[in-house]
Design a protein around this ligand. Structure first.
Ligand SMILES: [Fe+2]
Length: 274
């Protein structure tokens, strides 16, 4: 191999690396991307330790806001008295994929974490403080050690929810395979955002909203928050709050609730400035 081909390989490798960084945060053509999952906890340090020990990630700050960064999602923490777990609310859990599943299972066992198996040996639930449920499965071909994968609703109205998230956030309605059900092939309804599936399984009509639970709200990052809210309002959404600026950060936020009780934060500028 001559130097010219070595150099072109190096530049190809550089090009190959660029999209991974760019995809840390990616939006659909309507400017909506996965933003964050917001956790309420009686002990922030214990929750942070659980996430960092079990799943790695990087602690980053945007002004006064501290969060853990994973490819495709940020996880934020707020102290609360005694938040009930997410199970029993309409959002049951969220999930990652990892590159090294056998190694990850060994690590979780050595940390004495509670692990719930599924029908698929390549997938488990890892349980943390406040009954935090993280569904994880292995994709050896993925580039990064861990990547955001999905938010999973126990939905009282799957077609309604799928249509609503498609209409409001352009999360493209479709289907994916239920990973926990493999080797049986069972389709699962979803809305698709870049790098995140909004996944809808059947839940009881008695499920409550997410506000005040360990998974208090989900967050989408949008490109132009004021303009985006106008499009939501034109489609009939009543916002819970209008745009607020977060002091000390170049960040704007606003809240709404979906018709089934999922508390949703919209952000513009959540990612720390590089
Ligand atoms: Fe799931």
């Amino acid at each position: 191999m001559n130097w010219k081909s070595v150099l072109s390989l190096v530049s190809l490798a550089a090009l190959g690396a660029a999209p991974i960084l760019a995809e840390l945060y990616s939006a659909n053509p309507q400017g909506v991307g996965m933003g964050h999952m917001h956790v309420l906890t009686r002990d922030i340090e214990a929750q942070k330790k659980f996430f960092l020990d079990a799943f790695g990630g990087k602690v980053v700050k945007n002004g006064p806001i501290e969060m853990i960064e994973y490819p495709g999602v940020y996880v934020l923490f707020t102290k609360a008295d005694n938040p009930p777990g997410s199970k029993g609310s309409v959002v049951n859990h969220f999930g990652f994929t990892v590159k090294d599943m056998p190694g990850s299972i060994e690590k979780w066992k050595s940390l004495n974490l509670k692990i719930e198996p599924t029908a698929n040996p390549n997938e488990v639930f890892v349980i943390g403080p406040e009954e935090m449920r993280l569904e994880v499965y292995g994709i050896p071909e993925q580039a990064e050690p861990i990547v955001m994968n999905h938010i999973h609703w126990d939905s009282p109205d799957i077609p309604g929810m799928q249509a609503w998230y498609d209409k409001m956030f352009s999360a493209t309605a479709g289907q994916r395979d239920c990973v926990a059900c493999l080797p049986r092939k069972v389709p699962l309804e979803e809305g698709r955002l870049p790098r995140t599936s909004l996944s809808f399984s059947k839940g009881a009509p008695t499920l409550v909203g997410t506000k005040g639970r360990a998974l208090d709200h989900i967050g989408f990052e949008v490109k132009n928050l004021e303009a985006f809210i106008k499009t939501l309002e034109a489609k009939g959404v009543k916002m819970d709050s209008q745009v607020q600026k977060v002091q000390g950060a170049d960040l704007k936020i606003a809240f709404l609730t979906d018709p089934w009780g999922t508390y949703i934060e919209l952000t513009e500028g959540l990612a720390p400035k590089k």
